[in-house]
Ligand binder design. Structure first.
Ligand code: NDP
Ligand code: PYR
Ligand code: MG
Length: 631
């Protein structure tokens, strides 16, 4: 009976266990009883439960011809309460199912002996490199992008280190799988492909208890939260609670591209309902079935969340707002920028990446930023965010007065060119761009009239850079810069092929979602990807490693310059204004270093003293997904 005391059991009222000698041996060393499987609670239990852990065992209950109902599988009914007691021991079967520690077939013979894995794995032992090769082979077998996405998510949930090694080593191939465009389709179908929660869901039902909800998350050392309310998911509109795919995807890039530890990342979706009737009528929809809460109700929930985050994780927690609709995004950034370390990826990250591309492009087209004229289709978060940062760069670097700098930038929204006669009715973030001009309805007329050197699509509407528009750009410019930033691919303002063909191969083109190289007139054109994924991982790393408590525009400018500096002559010769993603960890380290340096310069960094070599320091902070050896 003494040894039986160390055996597992589920519910004293109901289930008991018998223990094999093997399980007795295994569990006798480190068994703890726990009501949850989380590591945090493991730690809490380590401290508190030893004294409680030896609970009295019920007599072994034999049901149905002597079959032992160990997990309540036979006897538990829907109307019977069963406490989900579980054992959390990172060995044996549990070790194989723990994504943070699992190594699959890479467990060595010694590890298999020490950690009770004998027989749980087939005899072969393979390297992590071979596992990567095998996984890549398997993923390539899938023809449907969503299947690839699901295979990657399964891997992330079964073997985290292998997931990251695969993603890092094959980033160009797998970024479109875990990120745009496939993540867009995943969000649209999130309800039907949902298997396990990958982040925290904070809905109106959690009002008043958000702090408790945060404490349900198994990790304590959170450093970055990416949060969405699902209202503007890429260019796909309101996907409600199913927007969760976006924070999950963005945070996997934080780890893969920026080296922030996965356990320090927390994806959050705030669910205040959705105005998407298709989802509300979808039986597989996973969110609240109600129209979106707005006004005070919305604000209060978000405010409770922001306060709880700071209370739980402290002043240095980075909160990245992602894919909020613009009627909330600007206000949230303005409000919480004063009290929290917040960053809006769509407004600020996008601005920083596009500015970097433009700085690099100047080497191809000549002149300074102030010598160019910019026209945007789309005057929301991305459009006005980019516009503002371009103007700021002109002001800071060329001493162009901000008002004059803004006059070089024109925006078109769904009602046409933004001009002063519309000023009264414009949303506040559009007002600085309401210049004196006759109203113009169509983009093509705006191109012909304004004569921009740079055309930027941030409308969220696909195929809006028509042949006429692109040809008009080509008629005005020797090398027209055309950036079709809207995601996913279906919403891109034009395709790479269209951009190159309609400009007779003269366009400098980049898009938000990737396009394959294009052959035109015997030449191969490699389109670049203008996506905030170049910026936010390194930007976030820079904030974290310097212990910064507020984001400043100067940090965004520093990130742009760091990214632009990574564009080589070889890249430019191919018409690329962004470096390839293959070097992204090096790029992120450089961005992080420049952002951190700016934070130190501005006196906003909390980690003192400042490291001498910030690039090396950034690299040394970065998560690497190699397997450790288990003693
Ligand atoms: N590549 C990247 O890194 C990023 C890409 N994006 C993409 O940019 C797109 C827009 O995002 P965001 O700025 O946040 O969205 P917003 O909703 O804030 O802005 C969209 C803007 O486009 C305008 N618009 C909509 N339809 C048309 C149309 N038919 N003609 C002209 N203008 C139109 C809207 O006009 P109105 O104001 O009149 O409604 C609005 O000004 C999305 O597809 C998103 O995926 C966003 C962030 C980063
Ligand atoms: C890339 C991104 O953040 C977006 O499309 O919203
Ligand atoms: Mg976004």
């Amino acid at each position: 009976m003494a040894s039986l005391n160390r055996c597992i059991f589920l519910n004293k009222t109901h289930i008991s266990s018998s223990c094999s000698p093997l399980s007795l041996k295994r569990h006798s060393e480190s068994l703890k009883l726990s009501s949850v499987i989380s590591e945090r609670n493991d730690r809490v239990l380590m401290e508190s439960s030893l004294k409680d852990s030896v609970l009295e065992l019920d007599p072994v209950s034999a049901v149905n011809d002597g079959v032992l109902d160990f997990y309540g599988e036979v006897m538990a009914m829907e109307d019977q309460g069963v406490t989900p007691w579980t054992v959390s021991v990172a060995s044996g079967y549990n070790l194989l199912r723990n994504p943070h520690h699992n190594k699959g077939l890479a467990f060595t013979d010694k590890e298999r002996d020490t950690h009770y894995l004998r027989g749980l794995l087939p005899p072969t032992v393979i390297s992590q490199d071979l596992q990567v090769k095998k996984l890549l082979y398997r993923i390539r077998q899938y023809q449907v992008p969503l299947q690839k996405y699901m295979a990657m998510m399964d891997l992330q949930e079964s073997n985290e280190k292998l997931f990251y090694k695969l993603l890092i080593e094959h980033v160009e191939e797998l970024l479109p799988v875990v990120y745009t465009p496939t993540v867009g389709e995943a969000c649209q179908k999130y309800g039907s492909i949902f298997r396990r929660p990958q982040g925290l869901y904070i809905s109106l039902r959690e009002k008043g208890k958000i702090l408790e909800v945060l404490r349900n998350w198994p990790e304590m050392g959170i450093q970055v939260i990416v949060v969405t309310d699902g209202e503007r998911i890429l260019g796909l509109g309101d996907l409600g609670c199913q927007g969760m795919g976006i924070p999950v995807g963005k945070l996997s890039l934080y780890s893969a591209l920026g080296g922030v530890r996965p356990s320090a990342c927390l994806p959050v979706t705030i669910d205040v309902g959705t105005n998407n009737d298709k989802l509300l009528n979808d039986e597989f929809y996973i969110g609240l079935r109600q129209k979106r809460a707005t006004g005070q109700e919305y604000k209060e929930l978000v405010h409770e969340f922001m306060a709880a985050v700071k209370q739980n994780y402290g002043e240095k927690i980075l909160i990245q707002f992602e894919d909020f609709a613009n009627h909330n995004a600007f206000d949230l950034l303005e409000k919480y920028g004063k009290t929290h370390l917040v960053f809006n990826d769509d407004i600020q990250g996008t601005a920083s990446v596009v500015l970097a591309g433009l700085i690099a492009a100047l080497k191809l087209v000549g002149g300074t930023l102030a010598d160019h004229k910019f026209l945007f289709l789309g005057a929301g978060e991305a459009g006005t965010g980019i516009a503002e940062l371009i103007a700021l760069e002109m002001f800071k670097k060329m001493n162009t007065p901000l008002e004059d700098a803004r006059k070089k930038i024109w925006l078109v929204d769904s009602k046409g060119l933004i001009v002063s006669s519309r000023k009264e009715s414009l949303q506040h973030f559009k007002k600085p761009w309401a210049h004196e001009h006759e109203p113009i309805q169509d983009l093509v007329d705006a191109v012909k009239d304004i004569k921009p050197t740079v055309l930027i699509g941030t409308s969220g509407v696909g195929r809006t850079f028509t042949k006429d528009v692109v040809e008009a750009m080509a008629a005005i410019n020797k090398k027209p810069i055309i950036l079709a930033l809207s995601n996913p691919t279906s919403q891109s303002e034009c395709t790479a092929e269209e951009a190159y063909t309609w400009t007779e191969g003269r366009a400098i083109f980049a898009s938000g979602s990737p396009f394959d190289p294009v052959e035109y007139n015997g030449n191969v054109f490699v389109p670049g990807q203008a996506n905030n994924a170049y910026i936010f991982p390194g930007f976030g790393l820079g904030l974290i490693m310097s212990g910064t408590i507020r984001v400043r525009d100067d940090m965004l400018l520093a990130a742009s310059e760091a990214l632009a500096a990574q564009v080589t002559q070889e890249n430019l010769d191919k018409g690329l204004i962004f470096p390839p993603f293959t070097n992204i960890r090096k790029i992120s380290a450089n961005i992080a270093a420049k952002v951190a340096a700016k934070a130190y310069e501005l006196g906003l960094a909390g980690r003192l003293p400042q490291p001498k070599d910030l690039v090396k320091h950034a690299e040394s902070c970065m998560y690497t997904p190699s397997y450790p050896n288990y003693r």
